[in-house]
Design a protein around this ligand. Sequence first.
Ligand SMILES: [Zn+2]
Length: 265
Amino acid sequence: MRKYNSLSKKVSINQKIRKDKKDSAILSLEHLNTIKNDSRTEVIKFPLFKEAFNYVENIFPSLNIRDLSIYKVSPILLKKIGYNGVGGFFNTLSKDVVISSYLCSQNSSLKFKLKAEVDDILVHELLHYCYNISGMKSTSLFQIEEFAYGWSWGYLKSKGCSKDFAIKYNFSPFLAGFFYEKSFNWVLEDKGINRKDFDNYTQYRKNRFYLDNKIKIENKIFEYCYALGEDIIKRYELKMEEKTTYGNIKTSVENNKVSLLDLDD
Ligand SMILES: [Zn+2]
């Protein structure tokens, strides 16, 4: 799933991360039916978005990606059913791919802003489809998403997207969610404040601290995102070079577990 992240104004970081995970877990079948039955929803198929379908087909030639029907939905409807700012979904139960017909403009004050075209979102969601339909399973949101972000890098690159741009505007809105707490603790430590002392602050004082250090926290988050983003790109460029078949892609996914040790999550 693609969702815009933002720094919570209150210092409820754990809560925020948990909420993001919950949001990312499912698009309920009930909501999916609402989407399918809405008159504004279009069903799109190859050769529309030809490049996007071909790119994914090329990596997973045995999965008949080009036969899939995709639901292109109005972001107004998505907002109405509680998915404001969501670019796309893959429903693991029905195996349906849903994309928003355009991305709503986001609050300009957000540092971790998603800048993606509809075809970029489609590639991302198709990769989720491939992961799931190939029988790859993980309970780690990071691992599932890394697969989609990592493999989609080749597509972004083919469109002329730089590594810096991809990490900043494509990866970071997702990756940032994993680094709020780590970055926040880093700033506390930098200021010589004990975490337990901070937890005993009044809510007003906590909010004040957060607002005073917002830029520092965001910069630190981005630093972590950049390092992880570079690592993902490096590893998936190698996989791309291997001209992988499904069999050895699976092996590579299993090998990825090592990189997860770096995450606090
Ligand atoms: Zn995703």
